[in-house]
Write a protein that binds this ligand. Structure first.
Ligand SMILES: [Zn+2]
Length: 76
């Protein structure tokens, strides 16, 4: 089982970690609401977990062009 991080905007892979050594609480998932978890975390049929984050490139693009962000985040 692996945890794969991808950018939610450009879908680029941002790395993965083997989750056999860690728990969800160590990943920080327990800080998220159920709604946020379903939005950010996807459980694949093979047991892998996909976590949608924002890469540096897209973060900079959004900061310089906030109108690009179509979905508002409750964390901001
Ligand atoms: Zn991106």
């Amino acid at each position: 089982m692996a945890v794969n991080y991808i950018c939610r905007h450009c879908k680029s892979a941002m790395g993965s970690i083997d989750s056999t050594q860690i728990s969800e609480s160590q990943l920080g998932f327990h800080f998220l609401t159920l709604e946020e978890r379903s939005d950010i975390i996807a459980y694949n049929p093979n047991g892998d977990v996909t976590v949608k984050v924002v890469c540096d490139y897209c973060r900079e693009a959004i900061e310089s062009n906030p109108e690009l962000l179509l979905v508002s985040s409750p964390l901001q």
